[in-house]
Ligand binder design. Structure first.
Ligand code: FES
Length: 270
């Protein structure tokens, strides 16, 4: 069962003028969260904003003994709620419901884990990289953003032993262009008998390109879809995703309960 609790802001670390990492005291949610799951957060307790907003669990925070104490969220300012979370002060409380949804399936060696992140789609991958590392899985992060200043937490991934493949749209760090290009080259060069699981999170176009590319090379791909989520609990149908169903048919699933992690080759991409 998800936990619904007011969570105190422990820290708020601005990464740029648009992005911040908000640390919340939420030990029960932290203890239960699996990589790829999300929480519904409401930045204020009044009527504005009215609705909660979904956030992937970015980090599980632990004390010196390794006991989960809270979670952090990677926030990007795009509206009223995210502006409030960007400006949140330590000591303030936010409404936090979770963990929700289906997590990534964490593979075991010799399968490698290749994570593909675009922009704020980095959010589920610190937790996933930790889980892969715990199992001894070799992992790579293909991470793209508009410019170098928007590639965050690189040292954290390096410390976790993750190989980094970086791209920026302006060429200011890593390869210039889209993140799927180096992924495609790696897949083309990889021997068929060396298994790999691809995990993706980011803009819809990037997810579609990643899933399509993975399928072309016969590799499994789990994508974390971003949808408007009004309830996060399956009650409002604001979050539906069209999926293949039967012979040539399709049906809609609610990404808040069937996902947010879904098999990329089953989604009907627009
Ligand atoms: Fe309400 Fe998914 S967010 S049904």
């Amino acid at each position: 069962m998800p936990i619904d609790a007011p969570a105190e802001v422990i820290a708020n670390h601005a990464l740029s003028t648009d992005y911040n990492v908000l640390a919340l005291a939420a030990p029960a949610i932290a203890a239960a969260a699996a990589p790829g799951q999300f929480v519904m957060v409401k930045a204020a307790f009044g009527h504005d904003p009215l609705l909660r907003r979904p956030f992937s669990v970015f980090e599980v925070l632990r004390d010196d003994r390794g006991t989960p104490t809270g979670i952090s969220l990677l926030n990007k300012r795009i509206g009223v709620s995210t502006d409030l979370l960007y400006a949140a002060r330590p000591g303030q409380r936010v409404a936090c419901l979770g963990p929700l949804g289906r997590s990534f399936t964490v593979v075991d060696p010799p399968t490698e884990g290749w994570m593909v992140a675009g922009g704020v789609g980095l959010a589920p991958f610190v937790a996933l990289a930790e889980a892969l590392g715990t199992r001894g899985v070799a992992s790579t992060l293909f991470y793209g953003a508009r410019r170098a200043e928007e590639l965050f937490y690189l040292d954290v991934f390096r410390r976790l032993g993750v190989e980094l493949v970086l791209t920026t749209e302006d060429g200011s760090l890593g390869e210039r262009g889209r993140v799927v290009a180096p992924l495609e080259r790696r897949l083309a060069a990889r021997a068929a008998d060396r298994p790999v699981m691809i995990y993706a999170c980011g803009p819809e176009g990037m997810l579609a390109a990643t899933a399509t590319t993975a399928a072309r090379f016969g590799r499994p791909c789990q994508v974390s879809v971003e949808r408007i989520m009004a309830c996060g609990l399956g009650g409002c149908y604001s979050c539906v995703v069209p999926m293949r169903h039967g012979h040539g048919g399709f049906h809609h699933v609610r990404s808040c309960i069937a996902g947010p992690v879904l098999p990329g080759d089953q989604i009907l991409w627009e």
